[in-house]
Design a protein around this ligand. Structure first.
Ligand code: C2E
Ligand code: MG
Ligand code: MG
Length: 392
């Protein structure tokens, strides 16, 4: 029995590694039997202590299948205690002692479960788990929606584009910001179906506005790191535009600088495919990643989005003003478009205009709003002259 359990532990450790950390198995993970019916599992290199809960759940699942010993089916359960370095102890003795205490709590709590030594870790693990389960169901339950933020050409006042920004209408928490769930979606892989939904929805909306007779718009969609690196991105973009009957040349994909930089060769290949379809590529949060400026000439990029962290203080901080001015000049030299994000005040608008940046996005013009409200913005502009070809 002990040997069979040891085998299962080893097996579920190996496969759980990638689940828990989204990386290759760490070399230092160990299973050992201390004595009696107690095993120790040592996980190294965890991103977060709470992630040990994932491994714990897999172990419990692995033990739940009956064992066959001499034609006998045997059912067992396990109780796990978890201690986390350095939170619960800085040396092996303390960590083992605290894991042991936690294990007795797990037994007291009804067996077949796991407990962290620290209560706060228990709460964090529970919260993550319930968040993850909710996120998993959110697509089926149709809880995502898109808000749209106008991109304005200040030279003409025309709305030349819209950035689609996803929101999650959580049953209890209300509207959850992407900053709070995109990282979890990335880690769990849920970003792939969510990202696909966003692409499709954004294209359908853009096409609807086109059919309603509004001047042509770019629709900008954010692509996360994991989405960008998956093989199927080009396919899902193709399918989204085809299903919506939307012109791919009006679709703009926003990819952050740090994602672009991660693997230059693959990046070039993926970008080429997207360009072949005619879609535009913009570099989101430009200036916040570790820039190697030489990629700007090697990657087929259309536009740079100056990050709001620079724009915020352009009128008060000479360093941010200098960086912004340099980015605008560089973009002009490289024949790239440049758009400033997070523009909130008339002073920022004036400064950016003086430097030659005419495309802007930010609360000064509008917050991201639901589709119906965006349409009202389009209607308000409908009388204004249409000189939006600047971004053509
Ligand atoms: P981002 O693409 O850089 O989007 C700009 C963010 O700045 C948005 O936050 C927007 O609401 C906010 N913003 C716009 N104007 C202003 C302003 O004047 N002042 C200030 N303080 N903020 C402004 P949001 O919607 O919370 O999105 C945050 C990030 O989440 C986005 O940053 C993007 O990286 C990510 N995200 C949003 N939607 C999606 C999506 O559909 N897919 C993926 N992969 N990521 C998304
Ligand atoms: Mg963006
Ligand atoms: Mg940005």
């Amino acid at each position: 029995m002990l040997q069979a359990v040891a085998e299962r532990l080893k097996r579920c450790l190996r496969s759980s590694d990638t689940l828990a950390r989204g990386e290759v198995a760490a070399a230092g993970d160990t299973v050992a039997r201390l004595g009696g019916d107690e095993f120790i599992v040592l996980l190294t290199d965890m991103a977060r202590g709470e992630d040990a809960a994932k491994v714990a759940r897999r172990i419990l699942e692995a033990l739940a299948d009956p064992f066959r010993l001499d034609e006998q089916e045997v059912f067992i359960t396990g109780s796990l205690g978890i201690s986390v370095f350095p939170h619960d102890g800085e040396d092996a003795d303390t960590l083992l002692k605290n894991a042991d205490t936690a294990m007795y709590h797990a037994k007291d709590a009804g067996r077949n479960g796991y407990q962290f030594y620290s209560g706060s870790m228990n709460a964090a693990a529970f919260q993550r788990l319930s968040m993850e389960n909710n996120l998993r169901r959110a697509l089926e339950r149709d809880e995502f929606l898109l808000h749209f933020q106008p991109q304005v050409d200040v030279a003409t006042g025309a709305i030349v584009g819209a950035e689609a920004l996803v929101r999650w209408r959580h049953p209890e928490l209300g509207l959850v910001s992407p900053a709070d769930f995109i990282p979890l979606a990335e880690e769990t892989g849920l970003i792939l179906p969510i990202g696909e939904w966003v692409l499709r929805r954004a294209c359908v909306q853009a096409r609807a506005w086109q059919d309603a007779g509004y001047p042509p718009l770019h629709m900008a969609v954010n692509i996360s790191g994991r989405q960008f690196r998956q093989q199927l991105l080009v396919r899902s973009v193709e399918q989204a535009v085809a299903a919506a009957g939307y012109d791919p040349r009006r679709l703009e994909l926003e990819i952050t600088e740090s994602v672009l930089m991660r693997s230059a060769e693959e990046t070039v290949r993926t970008l080429r495919h997207l360009k072949e379809m005619g879609s535009r590529i913009s570099v989101d949060d430009f200036g916040t990643g570790y820039s190697s400026l030489n990629y700007l000439t090697r990657f087929p990029i259309d536009a740079l989005k100056i990050d709001q962290s620079f724009v915020r203080d352009i009128t008060t901080d000479p360093a941010d003003a200098a960086i912004t001015t340099a980015v605008i000049a560089m973009a002009a030299g490289l024949k790239l478009e440049v758009i400033a994000e997070g523009v909130e005040t008339p002073e920022q608008v004036a400064f950016l205009r003086r430097q030659g940046c005419h495309l802007m996005q930010g609360y000064h013009f509008s917050r991201p709003v639901p589709a119906e409200e965006f349409e009202k913005l389009l209607q308000a502009k409908a009388g204004a002259p249409r000189l939006s070809q600047a971004t053509g």
